[in-house]
Design a protein around this ligand. Structure first.
Ligand code: V47
Length: 378
C-alpha cells in the first residue's frame, strides 16, 4: 500500500511553483503558527502576482443598511435590533432615494445593500428598495442582498430561487455580496447562527445566481469559536462551487469584531492571524481571481500589509458602514480616493479604480466610464 506523504513547506512550494492545487492537508499545514508566516505570505504573494501583477483594485462605494431589525439573533452580530428596541429602524423610500442621490453626487459606482430580516416587512419592501434606486440612478451598481436574505425571501414568497433572483434582477439588482457565509461547518454554524440559511442553502443560492449570470462574492467570518479545520473546510466548499460555476469574483476573509456581541468574551484576531488567513485563502482558492483586504475591518495598517500576503483589492472608499462600527471597529467611516491610492502606492502596488464587476474605470471628477465603454465609443 502506498502511504500518503505528509505535507511539508518544500512539497507545498513545489506545488505552488507548478500551479498545482493544494489539498485539505496542505491547507491545514499552512494554517498553523508553527509554519513561519513570512513563508506562507511569500507563497501567497507569488500567486497574487501571477494572477493580478502589481495591480491593487478599489472602488468608490457606499453602504445602505435599510433596516437593522432582524428575526435572527446571530451571536456574532452587534448590528441587529429587536422590533421594539429604540435602536431599531427601517428606512423610508425618501431616505433611500436621498442616499442614492448622495452616492451619485459623490462619484460612487456601487451601493452595497444589506440589512436585517424585518419581522413585518414583506418581500415587496425589499424589492422596492432595488427598483426605487435603480429607476432614479441607473448608473449606480446595486450589489445587494446576501444569500441569507434571498433564503428569507423564499420563505416569505414560496417562490423558487430562480424566480426570486430573476425578479430582483429585473428590478435592478446588479450582483450579490458575499455575506452570510460565516463558517459553513455545522459544528460552528449551529452555535453562532443556528436558525439562518445553512451551508447548503447558502451555496445553492450562489449557484443559482451564477447560473442566471449574476456574479457574486464570498466570505468567511474567522477568529471566533472556529478551528483551523473549519476554516479549511469552508475554503474547500467555496472552491468546489467555483469549479462548477466560476461565478465568484472575490473572496473576503472577515475578521471577527467582538464588541457589543454575544461573543464579547473572545479576543479580536491578531494581525498575525489576519495575515495568515489572507495568505492561506489566496493559496487554497486557486480558482477565485481576487482576494479582498477589507480595510474597515482589518484596520488600515494590516490591510496595507495584506497586499503582500495575497490580497489584490482593498474594497472601496466606503461610507455609512454600520455592521463593523457597531461591533467596535475603530477604522474611519470613509477614506478619500487620494488616501486609498496613497496607501496602495506606498505598499509598492499600482492603484486601479474598478467597478463592481472589475472593469477599469476612467474618471473625470464625479463622472466616469469603464475603459471598455470608452474603447467601444472610439
Ligand atoms: O455576513 C457581522 C460579518 C458580514 C460581525 O461582498 C461580522 O464585497 C465581524 O459580508 N465581526 C457582512 N464580522 C459584511 C460582508 C461584506 C463586507 C465587505 C464586502 C463584501 C462584499 C461583503 O459581516 C456578515 C458577517 O459575516 N459580521 N458581524 C462582527 N461582529
Amino acid at each position: 500500500m502506498i502511504k500518503a506523504v505528509p505535507p511539508s513547506l518544500e512539497s507545498i512550494r513545489d506545488k505552488v511553483a507548478a500551479g498545482e492545487r493544494l489539498s485539505f492537508e496542505d491547507g491545514m499545514f499552512l494554517d498553523n503558527p508553527a509554519v513561519p508566516l513570512n513563508e506562507v505570505g511569500a507563497l501567497a504573494n507569488l500567486v497574487r502576482e501571477r494572477k493580478n501583477g502589481h495591480y491593487t483594485y478599489y472602488n468608490i462605494n457606499t453602504h445602505l443598511n435599510p433596516t437593522n431589525v432582524c428575526v435572527y439573533r446571530c451571536t456574532f452580530c452587534a448590528f441587529r435590533s429587536d422590533l421594539r428596541d429604540p435602536k431599531g429602524y427601517a428606512m423610508s423610500d425618501d431616505q433611500i432615494r436621498e442616499r442614492g442621490r448622495e452616492a451619485v453626487e459623490s462619484g460612487c459606482t456601487e451601493m452595497h445593500i444589506v440589512g436585517g430580516l424585518h419581522h413585518q416587512r414583506k418581500y415587496d419592501w425589499y424589492r422596492n428598495i432595488i427598483s426605487v434606486l435603480h429607476e432614479a440612478y441607473p448608473q449606480l451598481h446595486l450589489k445587494a442582498w446576501t444569500a441569507v436574505e434571498i433564503n428569507w425571501f423564499q420563505h416569505l414568497t414560496g417562490w423558487s430561487l430562480e424566480k426570486i433572483l430573476t425578479d430582483l434582477r429585473d428590478a435592478g439588482l446588479g450582483s450579490m455580496p458575499g455575506g452570510g457565509a460565516e463558517i459553513f461547518h455545522p459544528e460552528v454554524r449551529d452555535q453562532i447562527c443556528e436558525h439562518k440559511a445553512d451551508a447548503q442553502n447558502w451555496l445553492d443560492i450562489h449557484r443559482a445566481a451564477h447560473e442566471l449570470g449574476l456574479r457574486t462574492n464570498c466570505t468567511m467570518l474567522y477568529g471566533h469559536i472556529e478551528k483551523s479545520f473549519h476554516r479549511i473546510d469552508h475554503l474547500i466548499r467555496l472552491r468546489e462551487l467555483q469549479d462548477r460555476t466560476g461565478g465568484f469574483q472575490t473572496f473576503i476573509p472577515l475578521a471577527f469584531h467582538p464588541e457589543n456581541t454575544g461573543l464579547s468574551h473572545i479576543r479580536k484576531p491578531s494581525s498575525v492571524m489576519d495575515l495568515r488567513t489572507m495568505a492561506v485563502s489566496r493559496l487554497m482558492l486557486d480558482n477565485v481571481d481576487h482576494i479582498k483586504a477589507y480595510w474597515i475591518m482589518l484596520g488600515i495598517g494590516t490591510a496595507q500589509t495584506a497586499l503582500a500576503y495575497g490580497a489584490d483589492d482593498l474594497d472601496g472608499t466606503v461610507r455609512h458602514e454600520l455592521i463593523y462600527h457597531d461591533a467596535g471597529a475603530e477604522t474611519p467611516e470613509i477614506l478619500s480616493v487620494d488616501e486609498i491610492r496613497r496607501l496602495i502606492s506606498e505598499a509598492g502596488r499600482e492603484p486601479v479604480e474598478r467597478d463592481t464587476l472589475y472593469h477599469r474605470i476612467e474618471r473625470d471628477g464625479n463622472s466616469w466610464k469603464t475603459a471598455e465603454a470608452i474603447t467601444a465609443a472610439r
